[in-house]
Structures are given as C-alpha cells and as structure tokens.
Design a protein around this ligand. Structure first.
Ligand code: SF4
Length: 444
C-alpha cells in the first residue's frame, strides 16, 4: 500500500487564477492511468496530492466525484479510447455522479486537448509539465515545482520508481515525446541519492531509475554510469529504463555485470535492423554499433536478459529493410521484444512521410519479427529449466493462486505459492514458455 506523505509545498497565492473546484464539493477521486511507466509515476504524484487534499481514492467512476484521466498518446487510437471514457464520464455527470473531470498526460499536452475540452466540458486540462496545478484545483496551496523531476518518487513498501530525468533531446521521426515532454532535464545526483536513501531506509527493496532516455543522464562531467554505481551501492535491488543505444557506455554494461544489486536485464530499443531506416528515423546509430553494444553486454553480463523495441512498417520500409531487421533479431537473440506496427502520430515527421506500407504487409512483417523473437526466447528460456533461482516476488497473490516474480537475470517467473511481495524465494525452474518461466514449489 502506498504510504501517505506530504510533498514539498511552496505556500504562495495561486498565480493562475481561481480555477479550483469549490471546497468540500469533492470527496472522492478516481485516477485512470494509460501508457508507460512515466505516466504511472505521474499518477502516483497526483494520487499523493489527492490524499493530501483529504479526498479518498476510489477505483470506479461511479463512486468518484473527481475523475483524472492520465493519458498516453503513443497508440494511433489513443484519442478515440479517451473519447470513449469521456463519453461515459459525461453520462455519469448527467446522472449526478461524477462532478469534475480532469484530463492530464500526453493527450492533455497535445493539440487535440482543446477540442476534447470543448466537446466534453472537461474541467481541467494539464500537460506533462504542470501536473502540480492539480493541487490548486483540488484546494491545496499552489505547488510551484520548477519541473517534475524534483518531485519525490513513488512510495511503495517493496518497489519504487525514481525519475532521474525527463524529456528527450532526440527527434525520432515517429515519436511525439519531445513535443509533449520537452527537452531533457536531469535531476541532480544528490537529489536522486537522497531519495534512494530515504526509500531504502523506509524498507523499499527495489528501485527502478526512470527516464525517457535514462542513460543520457549527466551532471557536470558525471554520466549515467556514475549515478547507477552510486545507487547500486545503496539500494538492495536496482533496474533502469529506458536506454538509448547512442548513450549506452560500455562502462554501464560493466557495472551491470559487476554489481550484485543490479538486475541483469538490459532494455535497449533498436527499432530497426536497417541502417537506411535508422537514418530515416533519426536514431543516430547504425545497426553495427548496436550489435557491438550487445556483444559487450553478453561479455560483461553473464546470464543477462535483453529486450528491445522494434517498429515494423515505418514509411519507406522495404522488404530489404525488413530482412535486415530479421537478421538483427537473429544475431542479438533478444529475450523479449516490444514490436510496434507503425502508426502515424499527428505532429511527428513520420506522419507526413510518403511511401506508407500497406496494412497487410505491416501485419505480415509484424508476425515474422514476432515469430523470430519468440522462437529464440523459448529456446533460451528452456535452457533455464533445472536451474535453482532466487526469485524476487513482485505480486504475491494472483487470481490463479500463483505469485509472480523476477530472477536476478531479469526473467519473469510464476511460482505456485502465495508469497509476500518484496520477499525472495528459491525455487527450481520446471518449465518455460517464450515469455515466462514456471518454477516448482519454493524451497524456503
Ligand atoms: S529517443 Fe525515445 S523518447 Fe526520444 S524521440 Fe526517440 S523514441 Fe522518442
């Protein structure tokens, strides 16, 4: 359960005009989160504001006075999906249930938000840089953090996300993030370490360092490897995401291999195996450089797992480009890949590009890449059968009575027992699928 903690509040008069909901009108709030870990993290911050304002959190729209939709803009149908929720909320409002609606996150920062606000009578629209304005809206004193990284991370008894940077200095052709989250801003090392200290002193076992390009973090001559090393000296278990191949130093890979507290899993998005496509996407590296990084990872991190992101069907992608991606998949032996069919995002360069790939071709290429990744993952996962693993329990009680955990190599494991989240169990791996390992009864 999340502990209740006050965030630092600078008390000064509200500067952006009285837009707050009438005091006392709001007693309950429901936050619905869409998309990535950054949004999960932002929702946790807003959750703390809601609790600090004396509202109770509820899980369903019907019992909520205030509903916050914290949105993601990555998928093509994202706005349609949010429209569906807004339609439902308006109906509930007419029935006298929901009183206020807030739209936050990436769609809140996008052009479409003005039209949505008008059409659905949304009470508060916030982007990704001014979530603090929710505080004012729900009757707290104005909070004026200069930028989001300075806010503390998520408190959980067992695991926490700690944002070390926000924004992104790249301009990938298909990505809306730089437009909605702005340029990179790094949090100071002292600030991050202080937060990690506080969390681990409070019993948090697992720290995940977060950022859109987490390995681009820097501060007066110090690079991400320096920060990671320091965090790994404090926290019992550490992971980080998402990395960019152009920023990934060999030194970081060596630290992953050497540090006993870092989970041996690297998520390094490649997007394509074709140099021509990588150039068109403005990724800033060639496929050979990516392969070299993976070689270093395999050398430095024994028993490590590797995951990536791949986009199929970016405008202009030919059969040769697709073949190059399949070759790279074969060479890198990914354990997992998040494969995306290209979908144009308004406001991105790729949305305006000619030479769209027909849907049926995209679907075929998607299945070919998926099959290649899964075959390899299954083969590698089967090699784990028979090994005894120390498993960190992330979810103790699922509907099917299994606990879900993670090995130090970063494999997801199902354990046929109830176990405390945040604890470790030792168990033998008895079978394997392409996405998960299955353990026997824990030995302890
Ligand atoms: S590096 Fe990542 S976040 Fe930045 S523009 Fe490219 S895809 Fe988007």
């Amino acid at each position: 359960m999340m502990s209740r903690m006050r965030v630092a509040i600078t008390k000064k008069p509200a500067e952006s005009g009285a837009r707050s909901a009438p005091a006392g009108e709001l007693k309950t709030a429901c936050i619905r989160t869409f998309g990535c870990q950054m949004n999960v993290h932002d929702s946790d911050r807003m959750r703390r504001m809601i609790l600090d304002a004396g509202l109770s959190e509820v899980q369903d729209y019907e019992s909520a006075d205030l509903v916050v939709l914290n949105t993601c803009y990555v998928r093509e149908n994202a706005v349609d999906r949010v429209r569906g929720h807004l339609g439902q909320l308006n109906r509930l409002r007419r029935e006298g249930k929901v009183k206020k609606i807030a739209l936050t996150g990436c769609i809140g920062a996008a052009e479409e938000s003005a039209e949505l606000k008008e059409q659905y009578g949304i009470d508060l629209v916030l982007g990704t840089h001014n979530t603090y304005e929710l505080a004012e809206f729900i009757g707290l004193p104005t909070m004026r953090e200069t930028y989001t990284p300075n806010l503390p991370g998520v408190e959980g008894r067992h695991s926490a996300f700690v944002t070390i940077m926000t924004g992104c200095n790249y301009r990938c052709s298909y990505c809306i993030v730089p437009a909605v989250r702005g340029r990179m801003i790094c949090r100071s090392m002292d600030d991050v370490l202080e937060e990690v200290q506080r969390l681990t002193a409070g019993g948090t076992e697992y720290i995940t360092l977060l950022g859109q390009t987490v390995d681009a973090w820097r501060e007066s001559g110090k690079r991400f490897a320096d920060l990671l090393k320091r965090v790994a000296e404090i926290a019992p278990r550490v992971w980080f995401t998402t990395s960019h191949p152009s920023n990934m130093e060999d030194r970081t890979l060596r630290i992953i291999g050497e540090s006993p507290s870092i989970v041996k899993r690297l998520h390094l998005p490649v997007q394509s195996g074709s140099d021509r496509m990588l150039k068109m996407m403005h990724r800033g590296y060639k496929s050979d450089r990516y392969r070299r990084k993976i070689e270093v990872f395999r050398e430095e991190v024994a028993d490590g797992t590797l995951s990536t992101d791949i986009i199929v069907g970016h405008p202009g992608e030919t059969e040769e480009d697709h073949e190059a991606t399949l070759r790279l998949v074969e060479d890198c032996r990914f354990d997992t890949a998040y494969i995306f069919k290209f979908s144009p995002r308004r406001g991105t360069e790729a949305a305006e590009m000619p030479d769209r790939v027909p849907d049926e071709v995209v679907q075929r290429r998607f299945l070919e890449v998926l099959r290649a990744v899964e075959q390899n993952a299954l083969r590698q996962n089967r090699d784990k059968i028979g090994s005894i693993e120390e498993i960190f329990i992330r979810e103790g009680r699922t509907r099917n009575g299994r606990a879900i955990g993670e090995t130090w190599s970063g494999h997801a494991v199902h354990v046929p027992a109830e176990a405390e989240p945040g604890s470790y169990v030792k168990a033998r791996i008895e079978s394997a699928g392409p996405h998960v390992l299955y353990a026997g009864e824990p030995a302890n």
